[in-house]
Design a protein around this ligand. Structure first.
Ligand code: F6R
Length: 364
């Protein structure tokens, strides 16, 4: 049932504050200011290396997790898309932790990769939305997302719930490794608890985003740029746009622009820049200026501070709430989802059932 929404995708975008809160409830102990994980029959402190494997949007959640885990826990992370992992003969030392991320828990390549990792002596952790799925059953450590059923083919609420679980996991691992003081842990708990309210504030931009869809809908190509943990959000924004609106889009690490793609820039290629305030802001903005100097039309997604500094000269800006860099990827998922959604609606495509795509990819 779509309720009063036009599409399941729209409904699921709007459910995010509630389902992220629901997911966080099982990983945060607010009273104790602590992160909580399900019981494990292995010692997280002994984990020396993590291998993350997933497909599509779930893979992008994994890319964000790599930044978080390496930053907070100082544990090295390898990451692959499942269809590459399986065939590249990865070196997996026994006792390593392999982490699989999947909404459905049935994606064929991810499931095969899980079985390969198990055969290679890895401990198997899964972040999965369907609790009765094959991946959930085959896990040593099951980390559920509580997004509820996701009907729209394009993943939205499952993704932000994955990010919430992965942030909690990164913090828990950091604690196990002695890299997090109780004060730092309390700080992370606090910022994660703020995420649902920040998601609501991001959703409040919906009307404004809808009104700028006509700027993107006629484009043949769109570029998305981001840095650090917001680089995967550029990849995710591009994936959402191409899968539901059929516009060709690419996500790039902002600093990679000058190594090739800047040659594409002209006034017909909109460039979406994802740049929350924070330590990486200035660098991203200088990449944005390089685009503008070549006539590129920029849509800047940032907060009030960022827009005050860099908003002038942009084709449009989308203002997000001022949030801690830790939760920025969750919050900035919303405007890229909404932008793709409204562009697709403007183009009249089948938003919930895009051509050639299936909700669960059970072929390899
Ligand atoms: C994109 C999308 C797909 C899935 C991918 C993995 O919007 O939905 O890229 O993320 O097929 O699916 P799961 O997470 O079920 O393994």
């Amino acid at each position: 049932d779509k309720g009063n929404h036009r599409h399941f995708m729209q409904k699921e975008i709007y459910e995010q504050p509630v389902v992220v809160a629901q997911t966080l409830r099982s990983y945060l102990r607010r009273m104790e200011n602590q992160i909580a994980m399900p019981d494990m029959d292995f010692d997280l402190a002994q984990v020396k290396r993590i291998t993350i494997v997933a497909c599509g949007t779930s893979f992008y959640a994994g890319l964000v997790a790599k930044y978080w885990i390496e930053k907070f826990a100082r544990v090295p992370v390898d990451i692959d898309v499942a269809s590459e992992f399986r065939y590249r003969e990865p070196v997996l030392e026994s006792g390593g932790l392999a982490l699989f991320i999947s909404q459905s828990g049935e994606t064929a390549d991810t499931l095969a990769a899980l079985r390969h990792a198990r055969a290679e002596g890895q401990i198997i952790a899964v972040v999965v939305n369907v609790p009765t799925s094959s991946m959930a059953r085959e896990a040593d450590l099951l980390l559920p997302t509580h997004a509820g059923p996701e009907i729209g083919v394009a993943s939205t609420k499952a993704f932000t719930c994955q990010l919430a679980v992965l942030a909690a996991l990164a913090a828990n691992l950091a604690r196990a490794k002695g890299k997090l003081t109780p004060e730092e842990e309390a700080d992370i708990v606090w910022h994660l608890s703020e995420a649902p309210a920040a998601l609501n504030q991001a959703l409040a931009r919906d009307g404004q985003i809808e009104s700028m869809a006509h700027l993107i809908a006629p484009a043949r190509d769109v570029l998305y740029l981001g840095r650090g943990p917001d680089y995967p959000m550029a990849l995710e924004g591009a994936l959402k746009l191409k899968e539901i609106s059929y516009i060709h889009a690419e996500g790039y690490a902002a600093g990679e622009m000058k190594h090739g793609p800047i040659a594409l820039i002209d006034d017909a290629v909109p460039v979406i820049v994802i740049a929350p305030s924070g330590p990486l802001f200035e660098k991203t903005v200088s990449n944005m200026a390089e685009v503008q100097a070549r006539g590129g039309k920029v849509v800047l997604i940032s907060d009030a501070d960022g827009i005050a500094i860099a908003g002038e000269g942009c084709m449009a800006t989308i203002e997000m709430p001022q949030v801690h860099p830790l939760i920025a990827p969750l919050v900035y998922a919303v405007p890229v989802q909404l932008l793709a959604y409204h562009v697709a609606v403007a183009k009249g495509t089948d938003v919930d059932q895009p051509r050639n795509l299936a909700k669960s990819v059970t072929v390899e």
